[in-house]
Design a protein around this ligand. Structure first.
Ligand SMILES: [Zn+2]
Length: 274
């Protein structure tokens, strides 16, 4: 097991504007992670418990085929996995369009990670939507309780923002999330520690545009998402549960396919302690 010492993570510049678009994700902070020690806790994987022999496993177990590059947040193939592939992620879900986006993706044969917040799943409707997203073949990620900027709150609050949401997700779905993404991509030393203690894989993204005012038009968004030079092998693509993104989603996926890209199943991503 390798020790990873003093890995410097520099967030890719994401071409954000300073305009007020009433959406989020301005990743203008560089983040330094010190001493990620992978050797400690063995990750518990509920779906591989041996006492399930009678039941169909709910989640298909796949061999890891991609690993997250923690310097640029791209996905890299392990062995002979397809190089020309991208990961789809949907943040701030499930708001008004999450379930429909989950359906659209399923119809197109794409599995995504939906990063959720407490305020979207804290009533019966939200719980139902969370379960529907899973039923459509997607993974749930932790995006904090309140969508707080973790760099603006205490270490104790950082821990609550992350752990309380994993507890809540587990209470609804029976499983703790495997993935974490900080609001605005703004992590702290403490947030990385908690993510590791929780056995999650933390990630930011390589590109996205749906929070920029000029790309709140579905046609403009569908075009830039496919034509940007940031579209590269292993791109970790950020979208949000938003009206215009929902409208553009099918064209985005079809456009990526037309460019020759496959889609990485989140279940194929190597987790920290595997
Ligand atoms: Zn967010």
């Amino acid at each position: 097991m390798p020790y990873w010492v003093a890995i410097t993570l520099v967030l890719a510049a994401c071409q954000q504007t300073e305009e007020d678009v009433s959406v989020e994700e301005e990743a203008d902070e560089n983040t330094v992670v010190e001493e990620e020690n992978e050797t400690e806790e063995e990750r518990e994987d509920a779906s591989s418990e041996p006492n399930e022999e009678a039941d169909e496993p709910i989640e298909e177990e796949l061999e890891p085929a991609y690993t997250l590059n923690e310097n640029n947040w791209a996905l890299e193939p392990i062995d002979d996995a397809e190089e020309k592939a991208v990961l789809i992620t949907i943040d701030d879900a499930p708001d008004d369009h999450g379930v429909e986006m989950a359906e659209t993706l399923e119809e197109l044969g794409v599995s995504a990670i939906f990063f959720v917040n407490h305020h979207f799943i804290n009533d019966e409707e939200g719980e139902e939507e969370l379960l529907e997203i899973i039923d459509h073949g997607h993974e749930i990620g932790n995006h904090t309780m309140t969508h707080a900027n973790l760099q603006d709150i205490s270490e104790e609050e950082v821990e609550e923002e992350i752990v309380d949401l994993s507890d809540e997700i587990e209470g609804i779905t029976g499983e703790r999330p495997d993935f974490f993404r900080a609001p605005h991509g703004a992590n702290t030393d403490r947030s990385w520690e908690v993510v590791e203690e929780e056995g999650m894989l933390g990630m930011n993204w390589t590109y996205g545009f749906d929070w920029e005012e000029e790309y709140t038009d579905p046609d403009a968004l569908a075009e830039i998402m496919v034509e940007t030079e940031l579209l590269q092998n292993g791109a970790n693509i950020l979208m949000h549960d938003r009206e215009w993104t929902n409208e553009a989603l099918e064209n985005i996926i079809l456009g990526l396919e037309e460019e020759g890209y496959d889609f990485i199943d989140p279940a194929e991503i190597e987790l920290e302690n595997e």
